[in-house]
Each structure stands twice: as structure tokens, then as C-alpha cells.
Design a protein around this ligand. Structure first.
Ligand SMILES: *[C@@H]1O[C@H](CO)[C@@H](O)[C@H](O)[C@H]1NC(C)=O
Length: 496
């Protein structure tokens, strides 16, 4: 008697909040019989009800960890989708009691990668395999096709490969899933994906701010422009939903809902981790960091209101009032589009370089072309542009930065005049564009063969005898700067 004849499920899923329910229904919808479990029994009933309504999907509900685990065919694969941190440990301990050697646990949450590596070692004592799998796409993606980033045991991946390939979003070059690498690499890649997402959202909000407050554009004009942008090089999920947002009317009053939303951003931590990791690995990620800083500053709503009042009292004026007079709207719109695109390239370059640094540190051997490919569908940062990133890494897997890929390099150069105009206008108007500025400064720093770091080195050598290198001969040198300067002598450093 085969497993399915015995009524066993192909896979199990524990944790039936929004993401869990939708992913379970997606798996069942693709024809894989699935068992579901949640401590709160009403969650199980709710999911069963949905499975029935959404086409009599092959899904069975279980009310105890034991029944749940034993309802799955061996080797068992169990996905858990609960809040990151201790709920994951609790769920693992409840389920692993009934699991056996060769079974697999797949954590689909936004978990810190080192927690995944710890759990991987803990369950290994029982012979249980482990995957930390990033899942992106929100509620809709989980139900209809997310981008999946599984990392950890390769055998565990093989156990569920047929399932994840069908469940993931499908794009013309395949399903949006690939085996990421060992250890916590799947969680780490998802974390950086979210950091990039922070950057994208910040850059889009700056484009909106400039068009609205420098260009004087209305919400309905903004809706049209974003819809138009979504037909070109910026085509992406975030641009598309932004166009929709501007169209929604406020049901509690006049005008559009977007204007009634409190300007205070929430966050769950993956952006902060991305910036912390960038610092740990000595990788510059200024655009992503700027987006995080903006979320912090946005949180200080009351302080900002006080600051606005204090500075107004001190004589601060809106430089151009509602909008700049005599602005060439058409030109501004076109410039902002180009500034957004160029800024985005720099932000992705930072994210990819962070991934590369971690891959080297951990020997994960990440395939950047593949990462760009599996982000083309399903996930929040999905965009036509990712196909170009994929191709850039396919042309040169050792690419130092997206900025020096010949195609991207050409695009940046073509857009730099518009980019500088937008940032310049925003600065004049007193409208902060920290993401665009960070990207532009990143570009201008990275592309310059000589930086003023020579002066910093001289200062370090003067006050701390940290030594410096010379451009014209090898070695580490130290100079008695103060003595020589006060004696008016020339400085020939002493070789160290
Ligand atoms: C079950 O549901 C509750 C409430 O939605 C949630 O807090 C809990 O983590 C879920 N998961 C499990 C495995 O019980």
C-alpha cells in the first residue's frame, strides 16, 4: 500500500496565520496533499473551510502535533510559518518529538540566519534535516506563487524540490526558486532582499515627494505617471501598486486616502539587520541605510512637528512654497524617472555586494544571476530590471559591481545629468531625498580613481602614527608632521 493510499499527506505545514494559510492552500492547489496544524484550533478550521471553498483542495486539518506529524508520509517534510524567534523553537520542539531521522523541517519565516544554523545543528542530533527558506510575496504571493529562497540541507531541498518548483511564481525562465546554498543562506538572502525592498520603497517615496512638492502634481497626475512608468524600464510590482494607491478615494472624507495616512513607517527588523551586516562586513550600503534612517526619522512624528514649528519661528520658510514656479513639469517628470532608475541601480549594487561579501565569508558560493532570476516573479521587488541584473552576472559572474557592467555603466552615464538636476532641485527646495543623494554619492565615490582619503591618512598618521602608503613607492611610512610643518621643512616619511 503506498503512502497516499494510506491517506498520508505529501507535506505538512504548521502555523496558520495569513502567510501560512495561503502557502498551504497554494501547495494543495498544486496537487500536493497537505496536512495543516495550529495550536489555536479555530485557525485549523478556518483553513479547512477555505480549502473547501477554494475548490475542494486536498488539505487535512490536525489538532495535535502528534496526529499532524503522523499524517505525513516519510521522509516527512514540515513547513513552519510562525513568528521568528522563540515561537519557532517552541514549534520545533513540539513537532520534532514525533519526527524521525531523514525527516525535514523547513522554516519559512523571516528568521535571523544564525538562529537557523543553530537549529540545524540541534535537530541534526536526531538526524532531522533543516532548511531556512525565505518566502516573499506577501499574502497574494503566498497563495498564487511566491519567490522562495531555500537554504540549508541539500538533501532536504531535493525532498521538496518538486513541490517548491510548482508552488513558486513562474516566469519565462523558470520557477522563482533555487537552492540558495548551505547554512542560513536562504534566510540571509531573504534579509538582503528586504533591505533592497526598503531602498526601493524609499526611492519611490522620494520621487513622489519631488513630483508633488517641487512639481505640484496632483494624485491623479501621479497615478497616471506611475502607470506610464510601469510600461517602461521601471516596470515593477512596487511601481504598479503605487499607481493604484494614488487612485483610491478616502471613504471618510474628501480627496484621496493617501493624503490621510499618518507619515510614520512601521518595520519588522530585516532592514536593520541588512544595515548591521553591511557594517560588519565593511560593505557600503548607503542607500539601504538611508532608507532605514528615514524610517527612524519618520517615527519621530511629534518631534518633527515641534521642529517644524521651532524652525518656522526662527525664520525658516518653505523655499518655494507649494511648488516651484515656472517648473517645466514634463521635464521634471522625465528627470525624476531617470533619477529613480539610476538610484535603483546603485541600491541593487549595494545589496548584491553585501551578498557577495557574506558568500565569501561563509563559503556559500551564491549564484547572483540565479538570485536575480528568482526575484523576477512573486516577490515584492519583482521587476523587469532584474532580468538585466541576471544577464549582467551571467556575462560576468565575478562582476565587481553592477555599476561597472558595461550596459548598466552606459545607462548610469546617460541618466546622470537628469539625476543631478533632480537632486539639485530637491536640495534647493529643501525637500530631502536621502536615498537618491546616497545613491548619487555612492556612484560619484565609487567611480573616482582618486578620493580625498589621502588627507584622512595624513591626519591619522599625524595624531596616531598609523602610517600611510605612498602612490609612488611601496611600503608603510610615518612622518613627523607637526615638527616638520612648524619648522617649514619638507616631509620625507620614514619607512616602517
Ligand atoms: C497558531 O495560531 C496562533 C494565533 O494565530 C499563533 O500565534 C501561533 O503561533 C500559531 N502556530 C502554531 C504552530 O501553533
Amino acid at each position: 500500500m503506498d503512502a497516499s493510499a494510506a491517506g498520508l499527506s505529501r507535506i505538512g505545514l504548521a502555523g496558520l496565520a495569513v502567510m501560512g494559510q495561503n502557502l498551504a492552500l497554494n501547495i494543495a492547489d498544486k496537487g500536493f496533499p497537505i496536512s495543516v496544524y495550529n495550536r489555536t484550533t479555530s485557525k485549523v478550521d478556518e483553513t479547512l473551510e477555505r480549502a473547501k471553498h477554494e475548490g475542494d483542495l486536498p488539505l487535512t486539518g490536525h489538532y495535535s502535533p502528534r496526529d499532524f506529524v503522523l499524517s505525513i508520509q516519510r521522509p516527512r517534510s514540515v513547513v513552519i510559518l510562525v513568528k521568528a524567534g522563540s515561537p519557532v523553537d517552541q514549534t520545533i520542539s513540539a513537532l520534532s518529538e514525533y519526527m524521525e531521522s531523514g525527516d525535514t523541517i523547513i522554516d519559512g519565516g523571516n528568521e535571523w540566519y544564525e538562529n537557523t544554523e543553530r537549529r540545524m545543528r540541534e535537530v541534526a542530533d536526531k538526524g532531522i534535516l533543516y532548511l531556512g527558506m525565505g518566502v516573499s510575496g506577501g499574502e497574494e504571493g503566498a497563495r498564487n506563487g511566491p519567490s522562495l529562497m531555500p537554504g540549508g540541507s541539500y538533501q532536504a531541498y531535493l525532498n521538496v524540490e518538486d513541490i517548491v518548483k510548482k508552488v513558486a511564481a513562474q516566469v519565462e525562465d523558470g520557477p522563482c526558486v533555487t537552492y540558495i546554498g548551505e547554512g542560513g543562506s536562504g534566510n540571509f538572502v531573504k534579509m538582503v532582499h528586504n533591505g533592497i525592498e526598503y531602498g526601493d520603497m524609499q526611492l519611490i517615496s522620494e520621487a513622489y515627494d519631488v513630483l508633488k512638492n517641487v512639481g505640484g502634481l496632483s494624485n491623479s497626475e501621479l497615478a497616471d505617471i506611475f502607470a506610464e512608468w510601469n510600461r517602461g524600464e521601471l516596470e515593477s510590482f512596487l511601481i504598479e501598486i503605487t499607481a493604484d494607491i494614488f487612485k483610491v478615494q478616502d471613504e471618510h472624507g474628501n480627496g484621496e486616502l493617501v493624503d490621510k495616512i499618518l507619515d510614520k513607517t512601521g518595520m519588522k527588523g530585516t532592514g536593520k539587520w541588512t544595515v548591521q551586516q553591511a557594517a560588519e562586513l565593511s560593505v557600503a550600503a548607503p542607500t539601504i541605510a538611508a532608507s532605514l534612517d528615514c524610517r527612524y526619522l519618520s517615527g519621530l512624528k511629534e518631534e518633527r512637528e515641534v521642529a517644524a514649528a521651532v524652525l518656522k519661528e526662527a525664520g525658516m520658510q518653505d523655499v518655494f512654497g507649494a511648488a516651484m514656479p515656472n517648473i517645466d513639469k514634463k521635464r521634471l517628470i522625465d528627470d525624476v524617472r531617470q533619477a529613480l532608475y539610476a538610484s535603483k541601480i546603485c541600491s541593487y549594487a549595494q545589496g548584491m555586494n553585501l551578498l557577495r561579501a557574506k558568500s565569501v565569508e561563509q563559503s556559500w558560493n551564491l549564484n547572483f544571476g540565479e538570485l536575480a532570476r528568482i526575484w523576477k516573479g512573486g516577490c515584492i521587488i519583482r521587476a523587469v530590471f532584474l532580468d538585466r541584473i541576471k544577464k549582467a552576472y551571467q556575462r560576468n559572474p565575478q562582476l565587481a559591481s553592477l555599476i561597472v557592467d558595461p550596459d548598466f555603466a552606459k545607462e548610469m552615464v546617460q541618466r546622470q545629468a537628469a539625476w543631478r538636476r533632480v537632486v539639485g532641485l530637491a536640495i534647493q527646495a529643501g525637500i530631502s531625498t536621502p536615498g537618491m543623494c546616497a545613491s548619487l554619492a555612492y556612484f560619484d565615490t565609487y567611480r573616482r580613481a582618486r578620493l580625498p582619503a589621502n588627507l584622512v591618512q595624513a591626519q591619522r598618521d599625524l595624531f596616531g602614527a598609523h602610517t600611510y602608503e605612498r602612490i609612488d613607492r611601496p611600503g608603510a611610512f610615518h612622518t613627523e608632521w607637526t615638527k616638520l610643518a612648524r619648522q617649514g621643512k619638507t616631509g620625507m616619511g620614514v619607512l616602517h
